[in-house]
Design a protein around this ligand. Structure first.
Ligand code: CUA
Length: 237
């Protein structure tokens, strides 16, 4: 499956949809305020050669400089807090739990098996089901990383000694790109992962396959030689 856009403005998850909506409202508000200020400047420079009376200057500052910004920013603030509430970080009780640890410089993903499945661990890949919220518990054993799948949700820091939380609730299938969004050392830019969103049956089949023991290669085959090398020199080598 090809990797889809990783733009936060092409959302494929509940949180990302809310964030994109907030972005467009904020952009709209900014354009309105910018337009009003520009119109005032144009009026003052080109159409009001005689100047303002002290009375109208005071009124302009009170209305245009205090009342209107206060009103606009308060409305945007209240709208923003309602649009992206803190509860969004928590999936409903009983949702599948996935533990993700940011390591230098890869992602340790552990399916906890809280939903009846077998627990297992893998690297740099998550598989989710369309329309099924999952709870992510985010940690780090070394330095601060930040877990971010722009198409699915906002970013959350992974802080040593603490567990942070994020809910992912994908709304359409696809393969989405995830990144580390906090500078964490030399290979920070290479710290990427992918999130495969698919149907329930496909996710279940994938989980069952991942939970099985790795097959032992036939002796004498290139795969057996690879396994020997892997076991004697380690993954990094
Ligand atoms: Cu991990 Cu940047």
């Amino acid at each position: 499956m090809p990797i889809e856009s990783s733009s936060a403005l092409e959302p494929a998850g509940e949180s990302a949809e809310r964030i994109a909506t907030l972005f467009w409202w904020m952009t709209g508000g900014t354009v309105v305020i910018w337009g009003a200020v520009t119109a005032l400047v144009v009026y003052a420079v080109w159409f009001n050669r005689t100047g303002f009376s002290p009375e109208s200057v005071r009124r302009l500052i009170l209305i245009g400089g205090v009342a209107l910004p206060l009103l606009f920013l308060s409305v945007l603030l209240v709208f923003g807090l309602r649009q992206v509430p803190l509860e969004l970080a928590r999936a409903p009780e009983g949702s599948p739990v996935i533990d993700v640890a940011g390591e230098q410089w890869w992602w340790r993903v552990r399916y906890a098996g809280s939903d009846g499945g077998t627990a297992f661990e893998l690297a740099n890949e998550l598989h989710l089901t369309v329309g099924e919220p999952v709870q992510l518990n985010l940690t780090s054993p070394d330095v601060i990383h930040s877990f971010w799948v722009p198409s699915l949700a906002g970013k959350v820091d992974m802080i040593p000694g603490r567990t942070t939380h994020l809910q992912l609730n994908p709304t359409r299938a696809g393969v989405f790109h995830g990144v580390c969004a906090e500078y964490c050392g030399a290979s920070h830019a290479l710290m990427a992962f992918r999130v495969v969103v698919e149907g329930r049956g496909e996710t279940r089949a994938w989980r069952e396959a991942e939970a099985r023991d790795a097959a032992t290669p036939e002796p004498g085959t290139p795969a057996a030689r690879g396994a020997d090398l892997f076991l004697s020199t380690g993954c990094g080598a």
